[in-house]
Design a protein around this ligand. Structure first.
Ligand SMILES: O=C(O)CCC(=O)C(=O)O
Ligand SMILES: [Fe+2]
Length: 325
């Protein structure tokens, strides 16, 4: 296994999306194993209905570069106040970084609400992206197909009614589902966390992402792959599953293997349950998906000292792993 000092590369499974689309039993059992260990796996799209996804990602990365390279005051015109979904541009330092002493050293991002985009809410998409035509809606539609197919497979794994799982993720009702375009100029980082939603479809061509391995109780590098996405379960689906599935604990650092990377970009489609979905949270308290999003965002933005006091940031995974990350 290649390594970087003490930090090895994670040995994550690569799953075939074409096989999962066909509900192939062997692939579904690999999905079950990956979702109850580190929680991350690679997804290969060859031969599937969305085999163009890596190509669309490359096009999106080009538009992102021109967007984020604009002056801050121009990007701040896309800041829409503190309502998370419509916030669109979120400046660096809004969430906390990895370094305890430098909270402001965290990424900037553009959050595009998928419901808002469908409803044609003004400002859901900054003007610069209009020039790229249907790229963003088509990218989101491809990701919706991916997560819908994965949810069908999770229905089998969890022995849950497939329609229940799909209903909790009905894309025609309001949810916090977003396409997040992330930008890490300089040495900016992303604090350890679990995702608040159900499933994440993540692309980055650059080193930086690390996953916490429950088997070694340490961080491991997630090797970037241009043709494959990294998928993980988040708190929403974990809680809906009665905590059978694992939320993956991850972060973005800029040292070691990542130190020769320049401005880093990543694209995360973050599927979240419909706002009114209810489940028991990490502490066993009944909560709605909307309330969970609120408390999770507050925790992402809190100081490290505040984050340490509650189980929200890590979705209760430290208790499951039996270690402090
Ligand atoms: O930038 C990355 O690779 C990770 C992004 C991430 O963890 C997130 O958006 O939740
Ligand atoms: Fe994340």
């Amino acid at each position: 296994m290649a390594s970087d000092g003490q930090i090895p590369n994670a040995s994550l499974e690569t799953l075939s999306f074409a096989a999962l689309e066909q509900k192939d039993a062997k692939e579904i059992s690999k999905l079950a194993a990956a979702s109850t260990s580190a929680g991350f796996f690679y997804l290969d799209f060859k031969g599937s209905k969305v085999d163009k996804l890596p190509e669309m990602k490359r096009d999106l990365l080009k538009v992102m570069e021109s967007y984020f390279n604009q002056p801050l005051d121009v990007k701040l015109q896309d800041y829409k106040g503190h309502s998370k979904r419509g916030q669109v541009f979120v400046r660096k330092g809004t969430f906390s970084g990895v370094d305890r002493e430098k909270q402001e050293e965290s990424f900037e991002h553009l959050a595009i609400g998928s419901y808002d985009l469908k409803m044609n809410v003004a400002g859901a998409l900054p003007a610069l992206f209009h020039e790229a035509g249907k790229l963003v809606p088509e990218y989101i539609a491809a990701c919706e197909h991916v997560v819908r197919s994965l949810l069908s497979c999770y229905g089998y794994i969890l022995n849950m009614s497939e329609s229940d799982l799909q209903k909790h993720h009905d894309q025609s009702v309001e949810s916090e589902t977003i396409l997040a375009l992330l930008s890490y100029p300089g040495r900016l980082t992303h604090q350890k966390h679990t995702d608040l939603g159900s499933l994440t479809v993540l692309f980055s061509d650059q080193w930086g992402l690390q996953v916490f391995s429950p088997s070694t109780s340490g961080w491991e590098w997630v090797e970037p792959r241009e043709e494959q996405a990294v998928i993980n379960v988040g708190d929403g689906l974990r809680f809906i599953s009665g905590k059978k599935l694992f939320s993956s604990v991850h972060r973005v650092v800029r040292e070691g293997r990542a130190s020769s990377e320049g401005h880093r970009y990543s694209i995360a489609y973050l599927l979240r349950p419909a706002d009114n979905t209810t489940f028991l949270d990490a502490e066993g308290v009944e909560t709605t998906a909307k309330e969970l999003a609120e408390s999770k965002y507050n925790s992402y933005a809190a100081s490290h000292a505040e984050q340490d006091k509650s189980s929200v940031l890590m979705g209760g995974m430290e208790k499951t792993f039996g270690v402090r990350v």
